[in-house]
Write a protein that binds this ligand. Structure first.
Ligand code: NYM
Ligand code: MG
Length: 212
């Protein structure tokens, strides 16, 4: 290897847990310490597939449930060549949601099982670290109203939380549960320290394949 690879760092959690705020802060901190880093998010609404997804989430279009699940997955796969290139070049990627959101959100719908939902994402680049921002429904409620997008109701979010809990039982994934009810700064320090460890470890390990 010409240079040490970057780490694939993922933040997951239910809506309003603070993922986006924390991703931005983490990228800033890593940049300040001279670490090559870039942020990504899924869904990436900028691609052709991402625009179909965005219009579905905004309730401007309807899509059959299996179909939209596969589009979310395709939206990750279309970014894989770029992700691999960046990681090989030594850039650490901080990713706001990944395949875990994909499996948790669809399997929270009636008639879907977690195992079917995971299949399209089997073999994606495996995160070196997945931090789950844990926030109780009561604490989430204190953060104000839900938005207007699809899935943004407390009943659905509770079902999603349960699916995340099932996914976190899988010890082949490096999960870290982060208490998201702390202050923004405390959550950040916690996340940054897990991330530094993961970056150091990843340098000497090949990139894995998710759920294989
Ligand atoms: N979502 C996100 C899914 O249903 N499947 C997926 O694979 C991913 C990545 O999209 N409510 C859902 C979770 C969110 C919504 O995410 C949009 P965001 O972070 O609000 O843009
Ligand atoms: Mg949202």
């Amino acid at each position: 290897m010409a240079c040490k690879r970057g780490a694939l760092i993922v933040l997951e959690g239910v809506d309003r847990a603070g993922k986006t705020t924390q991703c931005n802060k983490l990228v800033q901190t890593l940049q300040q310490s001279g670490q090559p880093v870039e942020m990504m998010r899924f869904p990436d609404r900028s691609t052709t597939i991402g625009q179909l997804i965005s219009s579905y989430l905004e309730k401007k279009s309807d899509l059959e449930d299996h179909t939209v699940h596969l589009l979310f997955s395709a939206n990750r796969w279309e970014l894989v060549p770029l992700m691999k290139k960046k990681l090989e070049q030594g850039t650490t990627l901080v990713v706001d949601r990944y395949a875990f959101s994909g499996a948790a959100f669809t399997s929270a719908k009636p008639g879907f099982c977690l195992d079917w939902c995971k299949q399209p994402d089997v073999g994606l680049p495996k995160p070196d670290l997945v931090m789950f921002l844990q926030l109780s429904p009561a604490e989430a409620a204190l953060r104000g109203q839900f938005g207007e997008e699809r899935y943004e109701t407390s009943v659905f979010q509770k079902a999603v939380q349960q699916k995340f809990e099932q996914l976190m039982k899988d010890s082949s994934v490096n999960w870290q549960v982060i208490d998201a009810s702390q202050s923004v700064e405390d959550v950040h320090e916690n996340i940054a320290s897990h991330t530094h460890n993961a970056i150091n470890k990843a340098q000497n390990l090949p990139l894995g394949q998710l759920w294989t």
